[in-house]
Design a protein around this ligand. Structure first.
Ligand code: ADP
Ligand code: MG
Length: 350
């Protein structure tokens, strides 16, 4: 399939959502989705991801004053069938009484496309998703991964202006998830279609998103590239939600961050830093002249690496990873070095 020319850009402005029972699912939300990008909505269950997606689809209306634009056209009042969107859900939502090929052609039939055109488009979609041999199967004869391939093929068959995916991999087991994630990634890059992908899984978000929107309680907590979100979280919520984060309390003295367990050299330290965060990959075991000294409280062998939890007198032990050649026993005293370029200071929570 050839990449789509001029993919649509999408703007949400002031999109608040209050359900009839009074539940406030979204605070006034402003969001720009760039033409052709894959934007991931990431956040814990109940933070408003699906509601945002349904609003873009035309399945929910924002409260009065909210606007949804496709390019510069206001589509706020248009129902889903007039927005030309393709959707894939966590639950497959395929028609069980139709074959795979009939499912894929469904959207084209209700649009009354010519029969020959439908057949060739269905063949094209079967090939794109590599499910040609499943064309005549019934849906209940398919595995979960095959069903999601059919759902994607059905969503793309109508050449939607935007592809909306709501936790499409959540129901699959870990290995299949990874496999299909790689395929979706390749597919989206090839198609160049504007895509909004909802997930609560941060690994999936980092792998697929050109940009990630981290959401919390109906608000945007941060928007950025996976790298920005991971390395420069804007708040404690984002820092804790994405990956593993170490936290250490102390104070800045003589170009170092000083804690009860030792001092981390840090020439550029902001004078008032009282709490720093850093990722497991920014701390390592040190043979000589360690910055911090501590004691191993847990050691988890993972085959390719060992994850160590080291107590340095803080609220929680520090987490770091090492190779697996030597054994690290609980109770061992160890020295640690922390890379100051990985230190993050966040504004105090209000
Ligand atoms: P997410 O997809 O991030 O898990 P949702 O967008 O589904 O979150 O839901 C956001 C909030 O809105 C939740 O508190 C949810 O219970 C509520 N909600 C969703 N749909 C409805 C509805 N139809 N009526 C009332 N409350 C709803
Ligand atoms: Mg949801």
């Amino acid at each position: 399939m050839t990449p789509r020319a001029n993919p649509v850009s999408i703007t949400l402005s002031g999109c608040r959502k209050t359900f009839p029972d009074g539940t406030r699912a979204l605070e006034p939300l402003d969001l720009e989705i760039v033409s052709g990008e894959t934007l991931v909505l990431l956040g814990p269950s109940g933070c408003g991801k699906t509601t945002t997606l349904r609003m873009i689809a035309g399945l929910e209306q924002p409260d009065a004053g909210g606007k949804v634009l496709f390019d510069s056209a206001d589509v706020t009042a248009l129902p889903i069938e007039r927005r030309n969107v393709g959707m894939v859900f966590q639950s497959y939502a395929l028609f069980p009484n139709m074959s795979v090929a009939e499912n894929i052609g469904y959207g084209l039939r209700i649009r009354r496309r010519p029969k020959a055109g439908i057949a060739s488009r269905v063949r094209e979609m079967l090939a794109l998703m590599r499910i040609e041999r499943l064309a005549d199967r019934r849906i209940d004869q398919l595995s979960g991964g095959q069903r999601q391939r059919v759902a994607l093929a059905r969503a793309l068959a109508v050449e939607p202006r935007v592809l909306l995916l709501d936790e499409p991999l959540t129901a699959l087991d870990a290995k299949l998830r990874e496999e299909l994630r790689l395929e979706i990634d390749e597919l989206l890059r090839g198609l160049g279609i504007t895509t909004i992908y909802v997930t609560h899984d941060q690994a999936e978000a980092m792998a697929l998103g050109d940009r990630i929107v981290v959401m919390s309680e109906g608000r945007v907590a941060q928007v950025g590239t996976p790298r920005e979100i991971y390395q420069h979280p804007a708040s404690a919520f984002v820092a804790e939600f994405i990956g593993t984060m170490n936290v250490l309390r102390g104070n800045v003295r003589d170009g170092a961050f000083v804690t009860g367990a030792g001092a981390i050299p840090w020439p550029e330290a902001p004078a008032d830093a009282a709490e720093v965060r850093f990722r497991p990959e920014d701390v390592r075991l040190a043979g000589e002249t360690p910055h911090l000294s501590g004691k191993i409280v847990a050691s988890v062998f993972r085959g390719d690496r060992t994850r160590l939890l080291v107590d340095v007198g803080g609220e929680k032990p520090l987490v770091l990873e090492t190779g697996t050649r030597s054994d690290f026993a609980r109770g061992n005293a160890v020295g640690l070095c922390v890379d100051a370029s990985g230190l993050i200071v966040l504004p105090e929570a209000k």
